[in-house]
Design a binder for this molecule. Structure first.
Ligand code: ZN
Length: 196
């Protein structure tokens, strides 16, 4: 075999190899694209599931058994405060029940503050997650929890009372607030009042 023939043979073999290699690379690419796009679909579906299920995982119980909302949430419209004899926004719901009724955590969380305030009485704040907090005001001074306690949904944290001097004319009740990223929102969006 002459030197030229050897070179020719080499190129012929090389060409075949290149064609085979090209087909193989194309096949791998197609399989890769199919696998990648199907995995994208899966991850896209997972994201959608997480996004749609997030709000429904937040479900409150009523903080007072047999409690009735006697004063609703108002953000821009004003509600009359019969104690202070003035019209004001009421970024909470007032829940009335029989005197000395237990007040329960509406959802599992951690007690982040227990305070006393002249107008709002004894106040307990529970943090449920990064952005969601619930605030229970007008409680009896003798609370059942302290800062740092972990509570479950339904854990008794205190009792209703008239400790909120700013709402004492309404009798013993719970002044209940819901905060999302520190903004007071309508608790009715989360409360499961049963008959509503
Ligand atoms: Zn109130």
């Amino acid at each position: 075999m002459s030197y030229k023939e050897r070179i020719k043979n080499f190129f012929i073999r090389f060409k075949r190899l290149m064609v085979f290699g090209g087909v193989l690379a194309l096949a791998i690419a197609v399989i890769g694209i199919v696998a990648y796009s199907s995995s994208m679909n899966v991850s896209l579906n997972t994201n959608q599931t997480v996004q749609t299920s997030a709000p429904t995982t937040v479900s409150f119980i009523m903080p007072v058994k047999d409690g009735v909302i006697v004063k609703d949430f108002s953000n821009t419209s004003l509600k009359y405060n019969s104690t202070l004899k003035q019209w004001e926004s009421h970024k909470a719901v007032d829940i009335k029940s029989s005197d000395d009724s237990d007040v329960m955590a509406v959802m599992a969380g951690e007690i982040v503050s227990v305070e006393n305030n002249y107008l709002k009485g004894t106040i307990i704040t529970i943090k449920h997650n990064k952005s969601l907090q619930t605030v229970y005001s007008s409680l009896a001074e003798d609370v059942k929890v302290k800062v740092g306690d972990k509570v479950k949904q339904g854990t008794v944290i205190g009792k209703v009372s008239t400790s909120a001097k700013g709402e004492s004319a309404d009798g013993a009740h719970l002044h209940f607030e819901v905060l999302v990223d520190n903004v007071k929102v309508d608790p009715n969006l989360y409360l499961n009042t049963g008959d509503k």
